[in-house]
Ligand binder design. Structure first.
Ligand SMILES: NC(=O)c1ccc[n+]([C@@H]2O[C@H](COP(=O)([O-])OP(=O)(O)OC[C@H]3O[C@@H](n4cnc5c(N)ncnc54)[C@H](OP(=O)(O)O)[C@@H]3O)[C@@H](O)[C@H]2O)c1
Length: 221
């Protein structure tokens, strides 16, 4: 039987690379666009999920937003929306889908966190908080569902060659970042998708509750 995976945030970057990887591996991929399912709206998420007829075996909570702002000039409207998309949407989706995975005796959930959940950089306080929250949620979800073959993990990428990185860093800053990284380069989205795929696949039988940092060695400096 082909397994079905639901992936959020697939218009570009890591999400798009995940879609390619899962299709290549024979999965049926549900990749709702922003207009199919607005992750800042609980109503929109519930409506989309209730419209899915087949069982979902894998959930990849990938979509994220990252408006920068130093403390003292935080835009609270942006901050609340960030928490809705980066934290509450994965919680709502897990709340809706994990109990069904438990019933079917199989499930894999991978939450896309960030290196900024482990180390700090100015301007990212709310983003980092949302990603630390998702790491904590991952651990508790993993415990609650471990007895039912539902494994829940997080992947925390470092600097990836995506639009998000180009928006938040100038070309000059990206050159400096590359030189400072132990591997001297950014990750390609496909490299992050490989790790996500492993954690989400049948090959992962025993890893749960973990946040795996895929950052070219940045966080060990
Ligand atoms: N890029 C990096 O270097 C990096 C590093 C660490 C962690 N991450 C994390 O990795 C994940 C993917 O990042 P990325 O850089 O590949 O993606 P990205 O280019 O920032 O794209 C984000 C995706 O999320 C979707 N999205 C945003 N708001 C949404 C909403 N309200 N409802 C539905 N979809 C929404 C976007 O769709 P639309 O375009 O249609 O809005 C887009 O497909 C994120 O969680 C990010 O925080 C990225």
């Amino acid at each position: 039987m082909n397994k079905t995976v639901l992936i959020t945030g697939t218009s570009r970057g890591i999400g798009k690379a995940c879609v390619r990887k899962f299709i290549e591996q024979g999965y049926e991929v549900l990749a709702p666009s922003h207009s199919d399912m607005d992750l800042s709206s609980e109503e929109s998420i519930i409506k989309y999920i209730h419209g899915i007829i087949k069982p979902v075996h894998v959930l990849i909570n990938n979509a994220g937003v990252n408006p920068l702002g130093n403390i003292g000039s935080i835009n609270f409207e942006d901050g609340r929306k960030l928490m809705e998309v980066n934290f509450w949407a994965p919680v709502i989706l897990t709340n809706l889908l994990a109990p069904k995975m438990k019933e079917q005796g199989y499930g894999r959930i991978v939450n896309i966190s960030s290196i900024w959940s482990g180390v700090a950089k100015p301007g990212r306080s709310i983003y980092a908080s949302s990603k630390s929250a998702i790491n904590a949620f991952t651990r508790t979800a993993a415990l609650e569902f471990a007895p039912y073959n539902v494994l829940v993990n997080a992947v925390a990428p470092g600097y990836v060659n995506t639009e998000l990185t180009k928006i938040n860093n100038t070309p000059e800053q990206i050159e400096i970042i590359k030189n400072n990284l132990p591997v001297h380069r950014l990750a390609e989205p496909e490299e992050i998708a490989e790790l996500i795929y492993f954690l989400a696949s049948d090959k992962n039988t025993f890893v749960t509750g973990q946040t795996i940092f895929a950052d070219g060695g940045y966080s060990i400096l």
